[in-house]
Design a protein around this ligand. Structure first.
Ligand code: 3PY
Length: 253
């Protein structure tokens, strides 16, 4: 049985002071139903220290993740953050290849792979985002496109490293648009992702690895996605900034 996983992607929202309020609000909503779910908050990098401090102080089981990382451990990479820096602050997860980074910051399949390899080698959990554009969906190329992204992200990894990762299927046309995939669309792609993981790493590893849906997941649509055979949770954008909505999503998982 795969444990459900709910991850909040705060994107570029919340100052360090505001991140204290939001993470405290979320941690205060903890109840026993949350014991069956893994919960991760991914605030902006500058908020990580504050959020980890709040969660440690509350003895919370909620973990933290970054939204991006460089694959080199140190060096002349102005503006970047390294894996040792994330580990030092107590961060255990990291989003890689979000479509906003692929589109706006030239993230490529190659850099996604470098980051995934470096994270897995360091024992951190990559949250690998994949998903098609609207043009790609309308041309009928969704599944082969996403399968290629998954293969590229995991190139060169051994099964023992790969099992640290989760894959989040986020159709680009459903991000920040209020549109969502239908459950049938999400299941088709998430099943293809799992079949690809089975092909790469064996059925046993693929059965253990979690595949998430992301892209405007919210209280109104969460049940439909979580009921799907190959969807093990969600990568949550806007709804992760609202304590009531996020707590609802965790309880639903
Ligand atoms: C969204 O739901 O908009 C996301 O991009 C989650 O990562």
């Amino acid at each position: 049985m795969r444990r459900p996983l709910i991850i909040g992607n705060w994107k570029m929202n919340k100052t360090p002071a505001e991140s204290v309020v939001l993470s405290q609000g979320i941690s205060n909503r903890y109840d026993r139903a949350w014991d069956a779910v893994d919960v991760v908050l991914c605030p902006p990098t500058i908020d990580l220290r504050s959020v980890v401090t709040v969660l440690d102080f509350d003895k919370s089981l909620v973990e933290t993740g970054a939204q991006n990382v460089h694959w080199k451990p140190s060096g002349a990479f102005t503006g970047e953050t390294s894996i040792p820096m994330l580990k030092d602050v107590g961060c255990t997860w990291c989003i890689v290849g979000h479509s906003e980074r692929r589109e706006m910051f030239a993230e490529s399949d190659e850099t996604v792979n470098l980051k995934v390899r470096a994270l897995c080698e360091s024992g951190l959990h990559p949250i690998i985002c994949v998903g098609e554009s609207l043009a790609m969906r309308e041309s009928g190329a969704t599944v082969p496109f996403v399968v290629d992204q998954v293969r590229a992200a995991f190139a060169g990894l051994e099964p023992e490293e790969a099992r640290l990762a989760v894959v989040a299927y986020e159709p680009v046309w459903a991000i920040g648009t209020g549109r969502t995939a239908t459950p049938d669309q999400a299941q088709e792609v998430c099943a293809a992702i799992r079949a690809t993981l089975a092909d790469l790493f064996g059925v046993g590893v693929a059965d253990e690895m979690r595949v998430l849906y992301g892209g405007s997941m919210k209280p109104e649509n969460v049940e439909g996605f979580l009921a799907l055979a190959d969807v093990d949770g969600g990568l949550i954008g806007g709804a992760s900034l609202n304590v009531d909505d996020f707590a609802y999503l965790v309880a639903a998982a």
